[in-house]
Design a protein around this ligand. Structure first.
Ligand code: NDP
Length: 254
């Protein structure tokens, strides 16, 4: 059965585009007040205006999650403005593909900073509020969902460091699931296949074309497909915990 999110507050990182933006729209439509976080504040403001025009409550959080102080401040601002935090969606992420031997170290550092450290900073800041929300919510549960990847289940040539980060957040989530289960904070990962977003556009010349060739013959997932997976997880009754969802494009072989 699907539970309404009315009266709950969800914070979505990376809400200025792609999967995060679709997730913010979907959770708001399910009744949640949403705090939308990213660095591109103009995009967040446009999204918040759109959501408010539909009757939702939306809070803009301009923050870089690689900075622990900004992550902490974003969470505290959310709780101060919206009163609580029931759901954290760790969605912000970046991918730089290409063989290890050719890769600039800055690309590796960027992926570790956003995909790993960003998830850790946001999670640490949110945890006490999620635990509190699970205690005092009529839903009797709170949710922490992290967007991993098929690359977090299967490592392939060309995405070694991206896979390292996504295997990492999946392992972190499983450990955290066990720790938080007694406090009724559900922890889950969504593992998307290839989704039509801005992610692939951030590649170096040469790598971008290689990715385009790989995906040219398949119909990619849409951001809404992954937003639907997140919504499914967080709208389950408290007796149900969906801890992992793998969602591939149907024609995707990897
Ligand atoms: P997009 O590039 O469209 O979105 C990435 C989001 O992350 C943007 O909103 C960006 O906002 C935000 N972001 C990046 N760095 C930071 C930062 N330092 N601080 C705060 N926000 C940041 O990509 P997707 O929507 O595709 O990606 C969302 C998630 O899905 C990622 O974790 C990605 O790894 C994962 N994923 C994507 C797949 C795909 O095929 N697209 C497949 C599997 C997983 P801004 O630049 O404004 O800060």
């Amino acid at each position: 059965m699907t539970e309404s999110l009315t009266g709950t507050v969800a914070l979505i990182t990376g809400a200025s585009s792609g999967i995060g933006q679709a997730t913010a729209r979907t959770l708001a439509a399910a009744g949640a007040s949403v705090a939308v976080l990213a660095r591109r504040v103009d995009r967040l403001t446009a999204l918040a205006d759109e959501l408010r025009a539909r009757g939702a409550t939306a809070l803009v959080l301009e923050a870089d999650i690689t900075d622990p102080r900004q992550a902490q401040a974003a969470v505290e601002h959310t709780v101060a403005q919206l009163g609580r935090l029931d759901t954290l969606v760790n969605n912000a992420g970046t991918m730089h593909a290409g063989p290890v031997a050719d890769a600039p170290a800055e690309e590796w550092e960027r992926m570790v900073a956003v995909n790993v450290n960003g998830v850790l900073h946001m999670t640490r800041a949110a945890l006490p509020h999620l635990v509190r929300a699970a205690q005092d919510s009529p839903r009797q549960v709170a949710d922490l969902v992290t967007i991993s990847s098929t690359a977090g289940r299967v490592a392939r040539a060309g995405t070694a460091v991206y896979s390292l980060t996504k295997f990492g957040v999946t392992a972190f989530s499983e450990s955290l699931r066990q720790e938080l289960q007694p406090q009724r904070v559900r922890v889950g990962v969504v593992e998307p296949g290839t989704v039509d977003t801005e992610l692939a556009s951030h590649q170096r010349d040469g790598v971008r074309e290689a990715i385009q060739r790989q995906i040219q013959d398949i119909e990619m997932l849409r951001p809404q497909d992954i937003a639907d997976a997140v919504a499914y997880i967080v709208t389950r009754e408290c007796r149900v915990a969906v801890n992992e969802m793998l969602v591939r494009a149907a024609e995707q072989t990897w």
